[in-house]
Ligand binder design. Structure first.
Ligand SMILES: [Zn+2]
Length: 203
């Protein structure tokens, strides 16, 4: 707890109240581990582990997932492999196969080029989808500054599990449920409907 604390109107005590940003940050831990990548080389990977409470107190929705990026990476690897395989096969067909017009391209070579073209299509598709999602998310949450301003005035009571706004003109000092707090904050940021679609409970 840092310096000032506020009394929780729910239980009338202040010993277990904590500023929402502090609770939120305490619930997000960077977990570092050593892993091996596809090539077998060891590397250090850092991920953010979030507690359910920090998750519930988030000032904005989660960023869109990037699981699709794995598909894009796979397609890129397959595409490069197929392309190089095609060039190798072309070279093995004999030197001097005319520029752009190899004389006797077997079915294998054509197949590899088709695979490379399809893989390239998948890479482009994945990139467009991911960039589109990021752009839509940024647009939808462009009022996050206002939301975070209100959010920073929230005080969480660890006894009651409620949040109360302190020092915000126009906001009643009423204990709010985690969901009520989320709706109020996200609404201020202009993305209130997302709080209804992604309720705190059941996550
Ligand atoms: Zn309380």
């Amino acid at each position: 707890m840092n310096g000032t604390t506020h009394t929780c109107p729910g239980c009338g005590r202040h010993d277990l109240t904590q500023a929402v940003p502090a609770v939120y940050l305490a619930g997000r831990t960077a977990v570092t581990s050593r892993e091996r990548d596809a090539g077998g080389a060891a590397r250090t990977v850092t991920r953010i582990a979030t507690t359910a409470l920090a998750d519930a107190l988030a000032p904005l929705p989660r960023r869109p997932g990037r699981a699709l990026g794995g598909l894009g990476m796979l397609a890129a690897v397959v595409g490069i492999g197929a392309f190089l395989g095609g060039r190798l096969a072309e070279g093995a067909e004999g030197d001097g196969a005319g520029a752009g017009f190899p004389q006797d391209t077997g079915p294998d070579l054509a197949f590899l080029d088709t695979v490379a073209a399809v893989a390239l299509g998948v890479v482009v598709f994945v990139a467009v989808v991911l960039l589109g999602r990021e752009a839509a998310f940024a647009l939808r949450t462009r009022g996050r500054g206002r939301a975070e301003e209100l959010w920073s005035h929230g005080w969480y009571c660890h006894r009651c599990g409620t949040v109360t706004f302190h020092g915000v003109p126009g906001e009643d000092r009423v204990p709010l449920s985690l969901q009520g707090f989320r709706e109020r904050v996200w609404e201020r940021g202009g993305y209130g409907p997302m709080a209804v679609r992604r309720p705190v409970t059941g996550r």
